[in-house]
Design a protein around this ligand. Structure first.
Ligand SMILES: Cc1cc2nc3c(=O)[nH]c(=O)nc-3n(C[C@H](O)[C@H](O)[C@H](O)COP(=O)(O)O)c2cc1C
Ligand SMILES: Nc1ncnc2c1ncn2[C@@H]1O[C@H](COP(=O)(O)OP(=O)(O)OP(=O)(O)O)[C@@H](O)[C@H]1O
Length: 165
């Protein structure tokens, strides 16, 4: 009986987009079972806090076909879920701000035998595609609050609120 290879992927996953789907589908190819860890708002300090609560972000990630199980991250110690899940592979996102060697060292210190790999990037396929949660928020602000910008996104003919085609 060949043992199952357990994979872990992680992220904020605020407003989901095709880049997240690509990342998780890529991560799933690294083994047999994909577990996704969803970051707690308090641990997202390298960019603006997510809009959605962790439970909602976890539920959306759990609904993706590539994901076998999604987990709320630990509030204080990011290695608590790792020690519980005991993965064979941790797959970092293509631009995730973690250093593979640092994570590998931290795993070794904890006696966790787990490879650290990195997923590929998904490039935009459509002229108007947004592959960033932050960019999606920015577009919402611009469209909903025209004073923040021209309120018009002529790339795909969208009209500012209030105008009907
Ligand atoms: C191996 C690993 C485990 C993590 N575990 C947690 C955790 O338990 N709780 C948490 O809030 N964040 C955890 N994180 C951090 C976030 O998932 C994520 O890396 C951080 O928010 C940056 O991701 P992003 O900018 O790609 O969204 C972990 C990160 C890694 C690499
Ligand atoms: N276009 C993409 N291609 C591949 N992976 C992606 C893409 N966009 C995001 N990811 C990956 O998804 C994971 C979670 O990303 P995160 O939740 O930070 O979303 P994000 O859209 O990158 O956020 P933001 O752009 O607002 O910082 C990260 O590991 C990231 O590398």
């Amino acid at each position: 009986m060949v043992p199952m290879t357990r994979v872990v992927a992680q992220g904020t996953f605020d407003l989901l987009h095709p880049g997240h789907v690509h990342y998780l589908e890529d991560a799933a190819t690294h083994g047999d079972e994909l577990h996704a860890i969803v970051a707690r708002r308090a641990n997202v300090t390298h960019k603006p806090a997510p809009i959605l609560c962790a439970e909602q972000r976890r539920d959306m990630v759990a609904a993706l076909g590539a994901v076998d199980e999604a987990h709320l991250g630990h509030p204080e110690d990011v290695f608590v879920p790792i020690e519980r899940l005991d993965p064979d592979v941790i797959v970092l996102g293509f631009d995730q701000h973690h250093d593979e060697a640092n994570i590998a060292d931290a795993l070794a210190e904890r006696g966790i035998d787990c490879r650290v790999e990195r997923a590929s990037a998904r490039d935009p396929r459509y002229e108007d595609e947004l592959l960033s949660s932050g960019d999606i928020v920015d577009r919402i602000l611009k469209r909903r609050d025209p004073d923040r910008g021209d309120g018009r996104d002529c790339q795909n003919g969208d009209r500012p609120r209030g105008e009907r085609g």
